[in-house]
Design a protein around this ligand. Structure first.
Ligand SMILES: [Zn+2]
Length: 225
């Protein structure tokens, strides 16, 4: 049996907990994991997880595992329709554009199904496509340019439209190892600067690539991000 255990008696970091959950989910080839199964396999109590993340659901989300509700058939249909509209427009659709003839499903059905603002629903869609946590996608979409740096040709933030364009160009796979959330739900695709932002790499299609967590980590150990 694989060793899922991480240091038992020291304080866990959030990253360690997320890593343990991802590893466990990958070993089961599971899109979601119950807190009980996780506790039994790792010895990490649910209470520990709640202490760190507030809820089991948030823990799963931050580890890049889809909450159960995202994988329902009806949500899949809604996301697939959103993707068709997105591809037709070549950018993130606006809420008011979700109507005939562009969209075969009305905005009110999305609102009913998700009960979230349109922007957050688009975040969830990208999370669903890439396996990356909503929190990461949101953070990168809102990244502020550093005021201490000289003006650049692009801004640091990765908009949702740009993120989708990169993932689509890379066919929703890691460009290094080919890992895909479509075939392995534990895969998280991150959008990575080929030349790091810190080294004056721009946030443009040509300087961005889809990398899975493992390849992304391997890269950042060698270079600067
Ligand atoms: Zn990879």
């Amino acid at each position: 049996m694989a060793d899922y255990s991480i240091k038992r008696f020291s304080a866990y970091s959030n990253a360690e907990l997320r890593g343990a959950l991802r590893k466990f989910a990958a070993s089961k080839n599971a899109a979601h994991v119950s807190s009980r199964a996780f506790s039994e396999a790792t010895g990490i109590a649910e209470a520990t997880v709640i202490n760190h993340f507030g809820s089991w659901r948030e823990f799963c989300a931050q580890a890049g595992l889809a909450p159960r509700y995202q994988r329902t058939v009806s949500h899949q249909i809604l996301f697939e329709n959103l993707e068709r509209v997105w591809q037709q427009l070549g950018r993130q659709p606006r809420a008011k554009e979700m109507k005939q003839p562009l969209s075969s499903i009305s905005i009110s059905r999305y609102q009913k199904a998700f009960n979230e603002p349109w922007y957050r629903l688009c975040l969830q869609f990208l999370s669903w496509k890439s396996g990356a946590p909503v929190s990461e996608i949101e953070r990168e979409a809102a990244a502020a340019p550093s005021s201490t740096q000289k003006p650049r040709g692009s801004r640091r933030e990765v908009t949702l439209s740009l993120r989708y364009a990169i993932l689509k160009r890379d066919r929703f796979r890691c460009v290094k190892c080919g890992a895909s959330p479509a075939t392995n739900p534990a895969t998280q695709l991150h959008v990575d600067h080929v030349i790091a932002w810190a080294n004056r790499g721009e946030t443009i299609l040509q300087n961005l690539q889809s990398l899975c967590s493992d390849c992304n980590l391997g890269k950042s150990n060698r270079h600067d991000g």
